[in-house]
Design a protein around this ligand. Structure first.
Ligand code: SF4
Ligand code: SF4
Length: 397
């Protein structure tokens, strides 16, 4: 199964972007050539990545299944789990923990592991001990998505009647005692960066403390970050990851209570910004759960219409609503993926509804809980999908 294009071929498009092979199912293009080939399973995230979580824990690579949390960097670096992952990578085998990367690479898609490799050599030139840090700066969020939890969203916590201790990710980062100049990349994740004062403080006031080359900001698109130009004007590359888990009414269910019309308006605002700043790129992230699998084609159409790369991620939590589960919704979704005219979308068909046991009763129970908390009903949001409404009616949601 050797293909010379993996190492001896470069496709250069008319924007100056390069990719290995335009015939790949998902021919991503980047500013620098890299390989998606499994070269002795190197994954730079194992040694150059830190995930800081509320409340004050250190996380592993967030693509690992399941996520795990540690109290200190040493605890994570010396953990049995990491030793097992390293050993497995050394033997060119994906451990079960890395199932998401495995599935992506087997599906002909660019995995998180391969994607990160495009920067690894570059960052090594800056510092051999460079770090990429994934930071939750606080838990302020104006949405309550079904796959989220009180520890990540203040609105979710409020609706669930849970009191979550205040968290300051910046303080947490400073308390670790690491040389901040090691940090060349920051991933800013939820809460929601567009409503967080901490994010603005970090990326506008504190930015000189790092050797920052690239920032990836994940936003739900409910508000615009008007301070972004100040970062772009310093020459820092910004990847704006605009998340949407469905279009139209499915979006409004998944990202409740954000309105689809508002989201589109904000995407358009960022697109105008992108015209002005070539160091701003936009991509979209869609978390696939049982509630939206059947809407992936329209998600893909939207991304294309807005000239944004689409990355679909198969959710791994909470257990009963994730797309690996086998139930009425995931089976309908799987059939929709199989029918999709879009190769990238279709490539996920083999990754969903794969579990043996049917968990429909557990899915319904989880759905009832989430809907009751938000005072909405899933079926009211499925008007464009009569097949879903019909199939779910019998469960009397
Ligand atoms: S899940 Fe992927 S990115 Fe994370 S450690 Fe495993 S191979 Fe690396
Ligand atoms: S937008 Fe992000 S942080 Fe907010 S509820 Fe949704 S997943 Fe959670």
């Amino acid at each position: 199964m050797w293909c010379p294009r993996l190492d001896h071929f470069a496709n250069i498009d008319n924007h100056g972007k390069v990719s290995r092979c335009p015939n790949m199912t998902y021919p991503d293009s980047y500013s620098k050539l890299y390989t998606t080939r499994n070269k002795s399973m190197r994954c730079s995230l194992v040694d150059h990545y830190l995930k800081l979580n509320a409340p004050n824990t250190i996380g592993s690579c967030h693509y690992l299944v399941p996520h795990s949390r540690f109290n200190t960097i040493d605890e994570w670096q010396n953990s049995e789990r990491l030793a097992r992952i390293r050993e497995s990578h050394k033997n060119d085998i994906f451990p079960p923990d890395c199932i998401r990367c495995k599935q992506d690479e087997e599906g002909g898609r660019v995995s998180r592991r391969a994607w990160q490799e495009q920067y690894h050599e570059e960052w090594l030139k800056i510092r051999e001990d460079y770090l990429r840090v994934n930071l939750e700066l606080d838990v302020e969020c104006n949405a309550a998505c079904p796959f989220c939890d009180p520890a990540l969203s203040s609105l979710f916590a409020k609706l669930a009647g849970v009191t979550v201790p205040k968290y300051d990710g910046l303080k947490h980062l400073m308390s670790l005692g690491i040389d901040l100049k090691r940090i060349v990349e920051l991933d800013i994740v939820g809460g929601e960066p567009s409503i967080s004062k901490n994010v603005e403080r970090l990326l506008v006031d504190e930015v000189d403390r790092f050797t920052l080359q690239r920032v990836r900001v994940f936003t739900n698109g409910s508000k615009v970050m008007r301070w972004l130009p100040s970062l772009l004007e310093r020459g820092v590359a910004v990847d704006l990851m605009v998340s949407y888990d469905g279009t139209g009414r499915i979006f409004e269910y998944s990202r409740w209570p954000i309105k689809w019309s508002k989201f589109i308006k904000n995407v358009d605002f960022y697109q105008d910004m992108r015209e002005k700043y070539p160091n701003l790129t936009m991509a979209t992230g869609t978390t696939m759960t049982a509630f939206n699998i059947f809407d992936m084609d329209t998600c893909s159409d939207f991304a294309k219409a807005k000239d944004m790369e689409l990355r679909i991620v198969v959710s791994s939590r909470p257990k009963d609503i994730h797309a690996f589960c086998n139930n009425t919704l995931t089976r309908i979704g799987k059939a929709a993926l199989e029918r999709s005219p879009n190769e990238y979308v279709r490539s996920f068909a083999g990754s969903v509804a794969i579990e043996k046991e049917d968990n429909t009763p557990q899915l319904i129970a989880a759905m009832r809980g989430i809907d009751a908390m938000r005072s909405i009903n899933f079926l009211d949001y499925c008007e464009d999908y009569p097949e879903v409404v019909e199939a779910m009616k019998i469960y009397q949601i």
